[in-house]
Design a protein. Structure first.
Length: 342
């Protein structure tokens, strides 16, 4: 089958560009949320206490070796290397034991304070979000506070800065793990069980989230973008996501709409405001506004969309997305339509 020229770059992407769409700095040591700050503080406390203890061990080891060498030099090898009656050794053991107890007490206190800080967010009024893990993508739903309904998107999580978002986690298939290192702790996503994690971002910007539990062949390609907006920007974004898909502006995108919303695509995907109401796959209503395709596997582009539609197994082997038997003209029209859904 002859492919559109726009498709070639998408299928020729080097491995170096994998997850390029999720290029935000991913580090728990660069916290951008209250929960991540508590965890980072605990980490540095553990590093300080354990590093100090490690240095003491090395110091005592060096002192013991030096003392043993001096004793052998002075008295020969007839006496035992350690004298049970040595009062200096007894004092050393007492001091060492006290330091160990003090270090453990400090770590326990730090862990308690970090846990309490993370749990405090549970008492706040929070934005409700549902995140469901699939092989290998993320379904994301926001509670519309005005109507009480749910607004669905996929693979891109938007959060308001300075406000707590309560994320209810569930899995549609196997065990996954939800992790945004810069913002909060890691939490497993287990079939048949709902876990809850609070996200309280303090800094705006783009960050990277990922599945942190091996969940199958494409586990490495199960990432998601996280955008922390100002409250006003978030409200505008959510209002835009609540609207139905825009009407095609020309004949080519209108043709693409017919292909996407009345053909095989509509069996798995929904486009609000059209006849496409499929549920197994991601909601495509505003797919053109997202930064990535296929859970961070490709950057968003018309060529990437066309490549994903026509040959998804070449982009993400093992994905549940089947190849669409479209002519080059139909594939181009479908990709133009999807790219216009902003």
């Amino acid at each position: 089958m002859r492919l559109s020229p726009a498709l070639a770059p998408a299928l020729a992407l080097p491995v170096a560009l994998t997850l390029a769409a999720c290029a935000g700095r991913q580090s728990p040591l660069a916290p951008a949320g209250e929960q991540a700050s508590s965890i980072a503080s605990l980490f540095w406390l553990m590093m300080a206490v354990c590093g100090f203890m490690y240095l003491l061990v090395l110091m005592f080891l060096a002192a013991g070796l030096w003392r043993s060498w001096r004793r052998r030099e002075a008295q020969g090898d007839d006496r035992p290397e350690i004298d049970p009656a040595d009062r200096a050794l007894t004092r050393t053991l007492v001091i060492w034991g006290g330091l160990v107890v003090a270090g453990l007490t400090l770590l326990i206190t730090g862990s308690f304070l970090a846990d309490r800080s993370i749990a405090q967010a549970r008492s706040r009024q929070a934005l409700e979000v549902r995140v469901t893990g699939h092989q290998w993508w993320w379904r994301i739903q926001y509670r519309d506070e005005a109507t009480g309904g749910w607004i669905e998107t996929a693979n891109e999580l938007h959060l308001p800065a300075g406000r707590t978002t309560r994320v209810t986690l569930g899995s549609a298939d196997v065990v996954h793990s939800f992790w945004v290192p810069n913002i909060a702790q890691k939490l497993d996503v287990v079939p048949g069980l709902q876990n809850v994690v609070d996200l309280s971002p303090t800094r705006t910007g783009w960050f990277r989230g990922q599945c942190a539990e091996f969940c199958g062949a494409q586990h490495a390609h199960m990432a998601f973008d996280v955008k922390v907006d100002t409250p006003a920007e978030f409200d505008r974004w959510l209002a835009g996501q609540a609207r139905p898909a825009p009407v095609p502006a020309d004949a080519v995108t209108a043709r693409g709409m017919r292909i996407v919303t009345t053909g095989t695509c509509a069996m798995c995907h929904a486009v609000r405001g059209t006849r496409a109401v499929g549920k197994p796959g991601p909601d495509l209503t505003h797919i053109g506004s997202r930064r990535s395709i296929a859970a961070g596997t490709l950057p968003m582009s018309r060529g990437g969309l066309q490549g994903w539609i026509v040959q998804p197994q070449a982009v993400k082997p093992g994905t549940m997305m089947p190849a669409m038997p479209l002519s080059p003209a139909d594939a181009d029209a479908a990709s133009r339509y999807l790219a216009s859904l902003r």
